[in-house]
Design a protein around this ligand. Structure first.
Ligand SMILES: [Zn+2]
Length: 257
Protein backbone atom coordinates (compact mmCIF):
# COMPACT_ATOMS: atom_id res chain seq x y z
CA UNK A 1 0.00 0.00 0.00
CA UNK A 2 1.36 3.45 -0.79
CA UNK A 3 1.96 6.02 1.93
CA UNK A 4 -0.97 8.27 1.01
CA UNK A 5 -3.40 5.38 1.13
CA UNK A 6 -1.92 4.18 4.44
CA UNK A 7 -2.29 7.69 5.92
CA UNK A 8 -5.88 7.88 4.60
CA UNK A 9 -6.67 4.58 6.35
CA UNK A 10 -5.36 5.94 9.63
CA UNK A 11 -7.53 9.05 9.31
CA UNK A 12 -10.60 7.00 8.43
CA UNK A 13 -10.04 4.87 11.54
CA UNK A 14 -9.35 7.78 13.92
CA UNK A 15 -11.81 9.75 16.05
CA UNK A 16 -9.62 12.39 17.71
CA UNK A 17 -7.00 13.83 15.41
CA UNK A 18 -4.46 16.46 16.45
CA UNK A 19 -2.90 18.39 13.57
CA UNK A 20 0.45 19.99 14.36
CA UNK A 21 1.58 22.68 11.92
CA UNK A 22 4.70 24.77 11.37
CA UNK A 23 6.04 27.21 8.79
CA UNK A 24 5.95 24.57 6.03
CA UNK A 25 2.16 24.75 5.69
CA UNK A 26 2.20 28.55 5.29
CA UNK A 27 5.03 28.87 2.76
CA UNK A 28 2.48 27.66 0.20
CA UNK A 29 0.45 30.79 1.05
CA UNK A 30 3.49 32.95 0.27
CA UNK A 31 4.51 33.51 3.89
CA UNK A 32 8.28 33.08 4.30
CA UNK A 33 9.70 31.02 7.13
CA UNK A 34 10.83 33.82 9.46
CA UNK A 35 13.25 31.48 11.19
CA UNK A 36 15.12 30.70 7.98
CA UNK A 37 17.91 32.85 6.56
CA UNK A 38 17.44 34.87 3.38
CA UNK A 39 14.75 37.25 2.12
CA UNK A 40 13.54 39.51 4.90
CA UNK A 41 16.63 38.75 7.02
CA UNK A 42 18.87 40.41 4.47
CA UNK A 43 17.31 43.68 5.66
CA UNK A 44 16.77 42.87 9.33
CA UNK A 45 18.87 41.06 11.88
CA UNK A 46 16.86 38.25 13.51
CA UNK A 47 19.28 38.15 16.43
CA UNK A 48 18.23 41.68 17.35
CA UNK A 49 14.61 40.61 17.87
CA UNK A 50 14.81 38.88 21.21
CA UNK A 51 12.49 39.61 24.11
CA UNK A 52 15.25 40.80 26.48
CA UNK A 53 16.50 43.27 23.84
CA UNK A 54 12.95 44.43 23.03
CA UNK A 55 12.13 45.32 26.63
CA UNK A 56 15.50 46.93 27.40
CA UNK A 57 16.31 49.04 24.32
CA UNK A 58 14.40 51.82 22.58
CA UNK A 59 16.62 51.45 19.47
CA UNK A 60 15.77 47.77 19.33
CA UNK A 61 12.04 48.47 19.65
CA UNK A 62 12.27 50.96 16.76
CA UNK A 63 13.98 48.33 14.65
CA UNK A 64 11.42 45.70 15.63
CA UNK A 65 8.42 47.88 14.80
CA UNK A 66 10.01 48.89 11.47
CA UNK A 67 10.33 45.18 10.69
CA UNK A 68 6.78 44.48 11.86
CA UNK A 69 5.39 47.37 9.80
CA UNK A 70 7.16 45.93 6.74
CA UNK A 71 5.96 42.34 7.04
CA UNK A 72 2.42 43.00 8.30
CA UNK A 73 0.72 43.67 4.91
CA UNK A 74 1.95 40.32 3.52
CA UNK A 75 0.66 38.49 6.59
CA UNK A 76 -2.66 40.34 6.67
CA UNK A 77 -3.34 39.67 2.99
CA UNK A 78 -2.17 36.03 2.90
CA UNK A 79 -4.87 33.49 2.05
CA UNK A 80 -5.12 29.90 3.30
CA UNK A 81 -4.00 27.19 0.86
CA UNK A 82 -5.02 23.59 0.10
CA UNK A 83 -3.22 22.35 3.22
CA UNK A 84 -5.27 24.61 5.50
CA UNK A 85 -8.50 23.62 3.75
CA UNK A 86 -7.72 19.92 4.13
CA UNK A 87 -7.60 20.53 7.90
CA UNK A 88 -10.99 22.29 7.72
CA UNK A 89 -12.35 19.21 5.94
CA UNK A 90 -11.22 17.00 8.85
CA UNK A 91 -13.15 19.34 11.16
CA UNK A 92 -16.27 18.96 8.98
CA UNK A 93 -15.84 15.19 9.08
CA UNK A 94 -16.02 15.43 12.90
CA UNK A 95 -12.51 14.05 13.36
CA UNK A 96 -10.50 17.12 14.33
CA UNK A 97 -9.71 17.43 18.03
CA UNK A 98 -7.56 20.54 17.55
CA UNK A 99 -4.82 22.24 15.57
CA UNK A 100 -1.61 23.02 17.44
CA UNK A 101 0.40 25.54 15.47
CA UNK A 102 3.79 27.23 15.65
CA UNK A 103 2.55 29.77 13.10
CA UNK A 104 1.56 33.33 13.98
CA UNK A 105 -0.35 34.03 10.74
CA UNK A 106 -3.88 32.93 11.88
CA UNK A 107 -4.43 31.19 8.53
CA UNK A 108 -6.11 28.21 10.24
CA UNK A 109 -8.80 30.48 11.67
CA UNK A 110 -9.10 32.29 8.33
CA UNK A 111 -9.62 28.97 6.55
CA UNK A 112 -12.57 28.10 8.80
CA UNK A 113 -11.24 26.12 11.76
CA UNK A 114 -13.14 27.43 14.85
CA UNK A 115 -10.95 29.64 17.04
CA UNK A 116 -11.39 27.40 20.08
CA UNK A 117 -9.84 24.53 18.13
CA UNK A 118 -6.59 26.36 17.35
CA UNK A 119 -3.78 26.39 19.93
CA UNK A 120 -1.16 29.00 19.00
CA UNK A 121 2.10 27.99 20.68
CA UNK A 122 3.97 31.09 19.52
CA UNK A 123 1.08 33.55 19.85
CA UNK A 124 -0.37 35.56 16.98
CA UNK A 125 0.62 38.65 15.03
CA UNK A 126 -3.03 39.68 14.93
CA UNK A 127 -2.93 41.40 18.31
CA UNK A 128 -0.85 43.97 20.15
CA UNK A 129 -0.64 44.22 23.91
CA UNK A 130 0.61 46.80 26.43
CA UNK A 131 3.41 45.40 28.56
CA UNK A 132 2.37 47.68 31.45
CA UNK A 133 -1.44 47.54 31.74
CA UNK A 134 -2.19 44.59 29.43
CA UNK A 135 -4.59 46.59 27.22
CA UNK A 136 -5.13 44.85 23.87
CA UNK A 137 -5.22 46.49 20.43
CA UNK A 138 -5.98 45.06 16.98
CA UNK A 139 -2.78 44.93 14.91
CA UNK A 140 -4.46 46.72 12.01
CA UNK A 141 -5.17 49.77 14.20
CA UNK A 142 -1.51 49.99 15.23
CA UNK A 143 -0.43 49.64 11.59
CA UNK A 144 -2.52 52.71 10.67
CA UNK A 145 -0.85 54.66 13.47
CA UNK A 146 2.65 53.62 12.34
CA UNK A 147 1.99 54.57 8.73
CA UNK A 148 0.08 57.78 9.38
CA UNK A 149 2.49 59.44 11.81
CA UNK A 150 6.12 59.86 12.79
CA UNK A 151 5.52 57.46 15.67
CA UNK A 152 8.27 54.83 15.51
CA UNK A 153 7.36 52.84 18.60
CA UNK A 154 3.64 52.83 19.41
CA UNK A 155 2.72 53.67 23.00
CA UNK A 156 -0.32 52.62 25.00
CA UNK A 157 -3.21 55.14 24.90
CA UNK A 158 -4.14 54.34 28.49
CA UNK A 159 -0.81 54.34 30.29
CA UNK A 160 1.96 55.25 27.82
CA UNK A 161 3.47 51.76 28.23
CA UNK A 162 5.41 49.80 25.61
CA UNK A 163 3.29 48.01 23.01
CA UNK A 164 4.33 44.60 21.73
CA UNK A 165 2.71 42.20 19.25
CA UNK A 166 1.09 39.18 20.90
CA UNK A 167 3.68 36.79 19.51
CA UNK A 168 6.16 34.80 21.53
CA UNK A 169 9.56 36.35 20.80
CA UNK A 170 12.87 34.55 20.96
CA UNK A 171 13.93 34.51 24.60
CA UNK A 172 10.37 34.88 25.90
CA UNK A 173 8.83 32.09 28.01
CA UNK A 174 6.37 29.77 26.25
CA UNK A 175 2.73 30.57 27.09
CA UNK A 176 1.75 28.28 29.93
CA UNK A 177 -1.89 27.53 29.08
CA UNK A 178 -1.18 26.82 25.42
CA UNK A 179 1.80 24.58 26.18
CA UNK A 180 -0.10 22.55 28.78
CA UNK A 181 -3.21 22.29 26.62
CA UNK A 182 -1.14 21.15 23.65
CA UNK A 183 0.47 18.42 25.73
CA UNK A 184 -2.85 17.25 27.15
CA UNK A 185 -4.47 17.09 23.69
CA UNK A 186 -1.43 15.32 22.25
CA UNK A 187 -1.49 12.71 25.02
CA UNK A 188 -5.14 11.76 24.44
CA UNK A 189 -5.48 11.90 20.66
CA UNK A 190 -5.57 8.74 18.56
CA UNK A 191 -3.77 10.24 15.56
CA UNK A 192 -1.12 12.98 15.56
CA UNK A 193 -0.38 14.46 12.16
CA UNK A 194 2.56 16.81 11.66
CA UNK A 195 2.26 19.16 8.66
CA UNK A 196 5.22 21.37 7.82
CA UNK A 197 7.28 21.40 11.01
CA UNK A 198 10.86 20.22 11.35
CA UNK A 199 10.12 19.42 15.03
CA UNK A 200 13.37 20.85 16.33
CA UNK A 201 12.33 23.62 18.76
CA UNK A 202 10.72 23.04 22.15
CA UNK A 203 7.89 22.27 22.80
CA UNK A 204 7.19 21.17 19.22
CA UNK A 205 9.91 18.57 19.44
CA UNK A 206 8.23 16.85 22.34
CA UNK A 207 4.56 16.69 21.22
CA UNK A 208 4.86 13.74 18.80
CA UNK A 209 6.62 11.75 21.53
CA UNK A 210 3.83 12.57 24.01
CA UNK A 211 1.26 11.47 21.41
CA UNK A 212 3.10 8.25 20.62
CA UNK A 213 3.41 7.35 24.32
CA UNK A 214 -0.33 7.94 24.64
CA UNK A 215 -0.90 5.27 21.99
CA UNK A 216 -1.57 7.50 18.98
CA UNK A 217 -0.52 6.83 15.42
CA UNK A 218 1.94 9.35 14.00
CA UNK A 219 2.04 10.79 10.49
CA UNK A 220 4.75 13.29 9.51
CA UNK A 221 4.47 15.36 6.32
CA UNK A 222 7.41 17.72 5.90
CA UNK A 223 9.70 18.68 3.01
CA UNK A 224 12.77 17.54 4.92
CA UNK A 225 13.41 14.73 7.42
CA UNK A 226 12.77 15.40 11.14
CA UNK A 227 14.43 13.93 14.27
CA UNK A 228 11.19 11.99 14.99
CA UNK A 229 10.81 10.15 11.69
CA UNK A 230 11.78 6.84 13.29
CA UNK A 231 8.74 7.11 15.63
CA UNK A 232 6.32 7.73 12.78
CA UNK A 233 3.95 5.23 11.18
CA UNK A 234 4.08 7.18 7.91
CA UNK A 235 6.62 9.81 6.76
CA UNK A 236 6.05 11.81 3.56
CA UNK A 237 8.70 14.34 2.45
CA UNK A 238 6.64 16.49 0.11
CA UNK A 239 4.75 19.79 -0.03
CA UNK A 240 1.81 19.88 2.38
CA UNK A 241 -1.08 21.19 0.26
CA UNK A 242 -1.33 18.57 -2.51
CA UNK A 243 -0.45 15.62 -0.25
CA UNK A 244 -2.74 16.44 2.66
CA UNK A 245 -5.67 17.19 0.32
CA UNK A 246 -5.24 13.84 -1.36
CA UNK A 247 -4.99 11.99 1.96
CA UNK A 248 -8.17 13.62 3.29
CA UNK A 249 -10.00 13.01 0.01
CA UNK A 250 -9.11 9.32 0.11
CA UNK A 251 -10.07 9.07 3.79
CA UNK A 252 -13.50 10.49 2.98
CA UNK A 253 -13.93 8.02 0.13
CA UNK A 254 -13.00 5.12 2.41
CA UNK A 255 -15.65 6.23 4.93
CA UNK A 256 -18.34 6.29 2.26
CA UNK A 257 -17.59 2.71 1.15
ZN1 LIG B 1 -1.04 50.38 28.90
Amino acid sequence: MDKISAAADMIAQSKKIVIFTGAGISTESGIPDFRSPGGIWDRFDANAFTYPKFISSQANREMYWDFSKTIWPAIAQAEPNAGHYAVVELHRMGKLDCVITQNIDFLHQKSGVPEDKVIELHGTLKGVTCLECDRKYPREQIQKRLIGSAEKVPKCDSCGGILKPTTVMFGQPMPEWETNEAETRSARCDLFLVAGSSLVVYPAAQMPVVAKHGGAKLIIINLTPTPHDHYADVVINEKIGPVLSEIVKQARAKLKN
